[in-house]
Design a protein around this ligand. Structure first.
Ligand code: DCP
Ligand code: MG
Length: 620
């Protein structure tokens, strides 16, 4: 299973105290809804107490009717039944009041549930999810290099849900519990003080046990989330890479891998449940114990004549049972505390990740650029200690086509990535029309760059929408013009619905060359002064290559273009070719110049020419 590395090695940033403070701040943000929900639960509590009191009174009325020597009933709320009512009338009236109380409680319970759901699912979750999503969209590439997509998905879904659990499952439930316990305690104390203390003595071990298990559960939850990330990763990669999986007949391998992960998650889950299944019976046992104390000690008090056997004792038993029930609820709350702490750490980690490439405080919004680009002593590495581009300096004039040539891993894609400022170099600077890239408004600047990657991502949408991805306001005419310039118009018209054909996931129903031409149309629609092409013909056949190259010839006119290519067909048209070797610029010149100088370019040229000659000979 792959371990997901943590974004922040600085664990002190996520100490329990700090997490709690941030979670409380989250709840404070929704204080009005929280108060409303809390108010409803207090009303429910009071109604419940009224119901119990009415029940106690009814019992005393019946007892008194059967045995006039028994204690006379004490009526609640200063109410007294009219003198002409028989006990039957009184009991009937009390019963009706109890029913009314129950009906009112049902209605209020409904609105309590609705209020809480509206707060959690209607407000907190969408807010957190939205924040997380926009943060993830803005984060720099490094974040995605460190994190698996599954870990990101899980944070956006499950962890957001468990973070909000802190508000309803911990704060609201916890406050509700405290208030309820206080009210019950006072009520019981009023009925019989020493009996209350005796019965409630079990809450101390109950609280201790809860504390112990709460601490024990947390690392388990954390581990569980990490394992689950790994499992989802195996799954999502198998789906995304299904072609490779099938091509290499690796299905049974993947299934085995999934099974291992599946079992790991299951046994981890079981460990948590095992802890829980020991914990829950202990708490139940302790709450039952309090009832035993009630009967033993209460019976003794009755024999001593210190407590009457009547409605009061029934009310007491009812209160006690609800009291210990609430204390046992502590386990649920403790569980929620741990779950929400684990989840919120994973959510906050993302929210706290610094955006590495960002606008400075006062960015310049460039007008249309000319496209004079200068690399000035640029050194860059994905990890600062291992540079992949070393002290690179060159100049590209507006309108020039710059070819970039080099072995695989030489740093070509990395060089291209610095131009739209996907990364910042560790040393040196990059200037466009004399301005440092770091001073420009990122979005405005990037909109002036058209990019075609080695492999292009197409969205599951229509052809037209894919071409217009970077220019949502483009007209149909403009889209077609861009498609023509990219030699894509003809094959698009041959698709079942032309420009309105919906592409399968990741453009699976197009050929490699067709996808590249759509990507080129997408880049050209921006009318960018700067065009970046990362080996656009790497994965196409010679005929398609020829088509793309002739499309590109038009496309590059009037733009500063950077073209990575290994085939000479594209490079020979460049105004200048940069030859990279292990991140260093080792040669620079036109095709004709470089072809006559001993070096890596000449070697490649000779090899390709020999291949060509051999092909021609075997064809003849
Ligand atoms: N590299 C890295 N992290 C990344 C991308 C690349 O550490 N996210 C490393 C791998 C290589 C070096 O940087 O050692 C240069 O990688 P490039 O992708 O820039 O190499 P090329 O584009 O030249 O190679 P190719 O022709 O295969 O595309
Ligand atoms: Mg590359």
């Amino acid at each position: 299973m792959s371990d997901t590395p943590s974004l922040h090695t600085d664990e002190s940033r996520y100490s329990t105290a700090k997490l709690l403070r941030r979670l409380l701040a989250l709840a404070w943000q929704f204080r009005v809804d929280c108060l409303l929900s809390l108010a409803l639960s207090i009303i429910l509590l009071l109604l419940g107490l009224v119901g119990l009191q009415l029940l106690g009174t009814a019992i005393d009325v019946i007892r008194h009717a059967l045995d006039p020597t028994a204690v006379p009933p004490a009526y609640p709320f200063g109410w007294k039944p009219p003198a002409n009512w028989s006990p039957l009338h009184v009991v009937t009236a009390l019963s009706l009041a109890i029913v009314a109380q129950a009906v009112l409680r049902s209605v209020l319970t409904y609105s309590y549930n609705m209020t809480t759901v509206r707060l959690t699912q209607g407000k907190i979750v969408p807010e957190l999810r939205g924040k997380l999503y926009s943060k993830i969209q803005r984060l720099s590439f490094r974040f995605f290099e460190v994190h698996g997509s599954s870990s990101i998905f899980n944070r956006l879904t499950g962890d957001v849900q468990n973070t909000r659990l802190f508000v309803d499952g911990v704060i609201l439930q916890g406050l509700n519990m405290l208030i309820t316990l206080a009210a019950y305690f006072l009520y019981m104390w009023k009925i019989q003080a020493s009996l209350t203390l005796a019965c409630l003595s079990v809450t101390i071990p109950l609280a201790l046990v809860t504390h112990y298990y709460s601490n024990r559960l947390r690392p388990g939850y954390q581990k569980n989330r990490d394992l689950y990330d790994g499992l989802v990763e195996v799954f999502s990669q198998s789906v995304l890479g299904i072609q490779t999986v099938k091509g290499f007949a690796a299905e049974s391998d993947r299934i085995k891998k999934f099974e291992t992960g599946n079992r790991a998650v299951a046994s981890q889950q079981q460990k948590i449940f095992w802890d829980l299944s020991v914990f829950t019976p202990i708490t139940h046992f302790l709450s039952q114990l309090s009832l035993v104390i009630l009967f033993a000690y209460g019976g003794w008090l009755y024999v001593q004549g210190r407590i009457p056997l009547g409605g009061g004792l029934v009310v007491f038993a009812g209160l006690l049972q609800q009291f210990t029930g609430q204390v046992a609820n502590l386990s649920t709350i403790a569980n929620s505390v741990q779950q929400s702490l684990t989840a919120s750490k994973r959510v906050f980690e993302v929210l706290d990740t610094p955006i590495e490439v960002e606008n400075n405080s006062n960015p310049v919004k460039p007008s249309r650029l000319k496209g004079n680009l200068v690399f000035d002593g640029v050194t860059f590495g994905y990890v600062p200690q291992t540079p992949v581009l070393k002290n690179l300096s060159f100049t590209a004039q507006s309108g020039q086509v710059i070819g970039i040539f080099g072995m695989t891993g030489a740093g070509k894609t990395s060089l291209l990535g610095l131009i739209p400022r996907f990364y910042d170099p560790q040393q040196g600077r990059i200037l466009i029309d004399g301005m440092d890239l770091r001073d420009l408004d990122l979005d405005e600047y990037r909109r002036q760059i058209g990019i075609v990657y080695q492999e292009s991502f197409l969205f599951s949408n229509t052809v037209a929408a894919n071409i217009a991805f970077g220019s949502p306001y483009a007209t149909q005419d403009q889209i077609e013009q861009a498609a023509r310039a990219a030699s894509a118009h003809d094959f698009i018209m041959a698709l079942p619905k032309g420009y309105n054909t919906v592409l399968g996931e990741s453009g699976a129903d197009l050929s490699g060359g067709q996808r590249q031409r759509l990507a080129l149309a997408r880049a050209l629609l921006l009318q960018p002064p700067i065009l970046i092409l990362d080996d656009p013909t790497a994965s196409v056949d010679a005929k398609t290559e020829h088509e793309i190259v002739s499309a590109l010839r038009h496309a590059m006119e009037g733009r500063t273009a950077f073209v990575v290519a290994n085939r000479l067909s594209l490079l020979r048209r460049a105004d200048r070719i940069l030859v990279l070797e292990e991140g260093r610029l080792v040669q620079e010149g036109t095709h004709d110049q470089l072809a006559h100088i001993h070096g890596p370019y000449q070697d490649a040229a000779v090899l390709q020419l020999m291949d060509l000659a051999r092909e021609e000979r075997s064809a003849a």
